[in-house]
Write a protein that binds this ligand. Structure first.
Ligand code: TXA
Ligand code: MG
Length: 354
C-alpha cells in the first residue's frame, strides 16, 4: 500500500474549464504528482508521461500490474511527433477521422517516452481526447500525460468523480470533477503499424465506424508474433464485487426466468437491464433494478453501464443479472465488458468462449 496522501476533489466546468484550476492541476502534473481528470470516455488517472517516477506512482496507486501498458494523452495530433515516429497510412486515416476523440492508436514508441509507460514494449498507445478539461490540462502541463482509467486495477472504470474517489481516495493528489463522462466506455484501441492494423479493445468508436474509414474491419484474427494483445483483453476485468450472472440470450423471457429462479432460491437480485426489459419484468420483491435506458439507445446504455455495476454493488444485492445485446455497434463493446465482468455466463449459446 502506498503512503496515504490527502486527495482533494475540485469541481470544474466541463465546457469552459477555469484557467486557475487547470494551472494548479498542471503544476501538480509537472511536479510528478497524480491528477484524475474527466475525458469523454471515462475518468483518467494522469501523470507526466516523460517522468518515470511519476508513471510508477500511477501503477502503485491503482495496484496495477507492471506489464499492463498505459495510454499517453496528447492535446493535439501534431504533438505525436514528440513521442513517436510517423503514422502508417491506416493510422493516419483513423487519426484524421477520430482525433480528438475516443480512439487510441498503438504505434512505435519514440525515445521521449520511458519504457515503463509501455510496460517495456517498443510500441506506445496514444490518444488525443476531445474533452475540454483533458485538453486544457495537457496543454497547460506542457507534457504528454500518461493516464489509465482512474479505477483500482481489475475493477470497473470510473465514469464519475465519486467513482474515482471511492477507488483512489488517499492515493492521489487531485480529482477534477467535471461531471459524468459522456461515453461511459473506454476508447477503442487499434494497433496501427506498417505490419498490422487490428482492433485490440472494442470501445466508444464502433467497428462499423472504423470500417467506414478503412474499408475493412480489422477485427479478430490471430495476433502476429511480437504484438502483445492488450492486457485489457484479460478474461476477468471490470468486475463488481458482487457475482454477476450474464444471460447470453437475446430473449427478454430468459432474463425473467433467471430472475425467478434466483428469487426462488431466496436471493436478492440486482437487475442491470434496459427500461424495456425492466418494464416487462415489473416491480418484484427482492429485486433491485438499475435502468440502463431505452433498449434502442445503445449510447445511453453504454454511458450507464459502469455506473450501474457500481450502484448494484453498493446496494448489497446477492447477485447481479444482465443480458447480452446483439453483437453490433456499441453492443459489441458493452457485451465485451459484461463478459469480462461476469462470474458466470449462461444461455442459449452456452458459456461464451473468451
Ligand atoms: O478511454 C480510455 O482509453 C481511458 C481514458 C482515460 O483515456 N483510458 C484507459 O486506459 O482505458 P487503460 O489503461 O485502462 O486501458 C489501456 C488499454 C489497456 O487494454 C492496455 O493493455 C492497452 O490500452 N495498451 C496500452 N498500451 C498498449 C500497447 N503498447 N500495446 C497494446 N496495448 C496497449
Ligand atoms: Mg482500465
Amino acid at each position: 500500500m502506498p503512503e496515504r496522501i490527502p486527495t482533494r476533489v475540485v469541481a470544474i466546468d466541463p465546457v469552459a474549464p477555469d484557467a486557475a484550476i487547470i494551472a494548479e492541476a498542471a503544476a501538480l502534473i509537472r511536479a510528478g504528482r497524480l491528477v484524475a481528470f474527466p475525458t469523454e470516455t471515462v475518468y483518467g488517472l494522469g501523470a507526466n508521461a516523460t517522468d518515470e517516477a511519476a508513471v510508477l506512482r500511477i501503477f502503485a496507486a491503482k495496484e496495477r500490474a507492471r506489464d499492463d501498458p498505459l495510454i499517453v494523452h496528447l492535446a493535439e495530433a501534431a504533438d505525436l511527433a514528440s513521442i513517436s515516429g510517423r503514422l502508417c497510412g491506416s493510422g493516419a486515416a483513423l487519426a484524421a477521422a477520430f482525433w480528438p476523440g475516443p480512439l487510441t492508436l498503438v504505434v512505435s514508441r519514440g525515445a521521449g517516452i520511458p519504457a515503463t509507460v509501455s510496460a517495456g514494449l517498443d510500441t506506445v498507445a496514444v490518444r488525443v481526447p476531445a474533452h475540454p478539461v483533458a485538453r486544457a490540462l495537457i496543454r497547460a502541463a506542457g507534457v504528454p500525460i500518461a493516464a489509465p482509467s482512474a479505477n483500482r486495477f481489475m475493477r470497473t472504470s470510473a465514469t464519475t468523480a465519486a467513482h474515482v474517489f471511492e477507488d483512489l481516495d488517499g492515493r492521489i493528489d487531485l480529482i477534477l470533477d467535471g461531471g459524468p463522462a459522456a461515453a461511459g466506455l473506454e476508447s477503442t484501441v487499434v494497433v496501427a503499424t506498417d505490419s498490422e492494423v487490428r482492433i485490440l479493445r472494442q470501445g466508444a468508436i464502433t467497428a462499423e465506424e472504423i470500417e467506414r474509414v478503412l474499408g475493412f474491419v480489422p477485427l479478430a484474427g490471430p495476433g502476429r508474433a511480437g504484438i502483445q494483445p492488450s492486457p485489457g483483453m484479460m478474461a476477468k476485468h471490470y468486475a463488481p464485487r458482487t457475482p454477476l450472472v450474464l444471460i447470453n440470450d437475446p430473449a427478454a423471457a430468459a432474463l425473467a426466468r433467471a430472475v425467478g429462479e434466483l428469487r426462488g432460491d431466496g436471493r436478492h437480485v440486482g437487475v442491470l437491464a434496459s427500461s424495456d426489459d425492466l418494464a416487462a419484468l415489473g416491480a418484484l420483491p427482492n429485486v433491485t433494478p438499475f435502468d440502463l435506458g431505452p433498449a434502442d439507445n445503445r449510447a445511453v446504455q453504454a454511458s450507464r453501464l459502469f455506473a450501474g455495476l457500481r450502484a448494484l454493488d453498493a446496494a448489497g444485492v446477492d447477485v447481479i443479472l444482465a443480458r447480452t445485446l446483439p453483437d453490433e455497434g456499441l453492443g459489441r463493446a458493452i457485451n465485451d465488458r459484461l463478459r469480462r465482468a461476469a462470474t458466470t455466463i449462461v444461455g442459449a449459446a452456452g458459456p461464451a468462449a473468451d
